[in-house]
Write a protein that binds this ligand. Structure first.
Ligand code: SAM
Length: 282
């Protein structure tokens, strides 16, 4: 008889993934952490009953959250990752040799340790890159207190429940603004609009209190069920969001970075929002 993981993100909809082998299951200092194997998606990381990332489709999310802001910025040297404990985001950011320093602020050391042990394909050595500074702390407190400045801030958080809730507040976004260099960009994990539309509306309003140009871009991640996932975008320079594929290709092609989802054409297209998502930016 198969065992199944049932995601509990919504009271009215759930998804199930068959558990073929449990690799880790325990409470960390902050969250319920399970890592298991599934025939189709490979190794799966879940926190507090919610799928965080899988070997089978993580490339979509990590490539889009890393390469879109870095290629749009054009001169990013210092990147801050809030969350990202599995190491996939750091892996993609560190592919950019021009990036000199990546600070990763993850609240739960258990996620890092268990991901290193049971999900090594996600970080793929990122934790050993000399450019990476791993800080085990609350990301909200870090941006409130740090005197460091960053060109890009990637909020690779859980959903706004539990420890992740503080990473969706106007105060957090204002502190992110304080930590950005001129022309800097913030991108956020902002849920699946078809199921969590209020997250787009809330982030649009809260980011708008600190940034002149706020919008979203989209990608479909199979295990973030419900169609397009929204990624929040905030900067003070609208031009950063408006690049055509040719301009991005001129920057991206020479880098020789291998991707499975991100392309310059996708970069241009991902900011084109379906009407129902654009309408959430009320
Ligand atoms: N890709 C996933 C998604 O879209 O939901 C997110 C993956 S990553 C595992 C999310 C990380 O955010 C977790 O490791 C969690 O521990 C971390 N996190 C949650 N709240 C945090 C906080 N306040 N400060 C820093 N990290 C936090």
């Amino acid at each position: 008889m198969s065992e199944w993981f049932t995601e509990t993100l919504h009271p009215w909809l759930a998804q199930r993934l068959r558990i073929d082998r449990v690799l880790f299951r325990d409470k960390t200092d902050h969250q319920d952490l399970i890592i298991f194997e599934n025939e189709r998606f490979g190794r799966v990381l879940t926190l507090d009953g919610v799928v965080q990332t899988t070997e089978g489709d993580e490339f979509v999310y990590h490539e889009m959250m890393a390469h879109v802001p870095i290629m749009a910025h054009g001169q990013a040297r210092r990147v801050l990752i809030i969350g990202g404990g599995d190491g996939g985001m750091a892996r993609e950011v560190l592919k950019h040799r021009a990036v000199e320093a990546v600070t990763m602020v993850e609240i739960d050391r258990g996620v890092v340790d268990m991901s290193r042990e049971h999900l090594p394909s996600l970080s793929a050595g990122a934790f050993d890159d000399p450019r990476l500074d791993l800080v085990i702390a609350d990301g909200a407190r870090f941006v409130a207190e740090t005197d460091q400045r960053f060109d890009i801030i990637i909020v690779d958080s859980t959903d706004p429940i539990g420890p992740g809730e503080v990473l969706f507040t106007a105060e957090f976004y204002a502190d992110c603004k304080r930590c950005l260099t001129a022309g800097g960009i913030v991108v956020t994990q902002n849920g699946v609009p078809a199921l969590q539309g209020w997250e787009v509306t809330n982030s649009y309003r809260r980011l708008g209190q600190s940034f002149a140009d706020v919008s979203f871009y989209v990608a479909a991640v199979p295990t973030y069920q419900g169609g397009f996932m929204a990624m929040g975008w905030a900067s003070d320079d609208p031009a950063k969001r408006r690049h055509d594929a040719a301009a991005i290709d001129a920057r991206f092609a020479p880098l020789g970075i291998a991707t499975r989802y991100y392309t310059p054409a996708i970069h241009q297209a991902c900011f084109a929002l379906p009407r129902f998502i654009a309408d959430l930016m009320a």
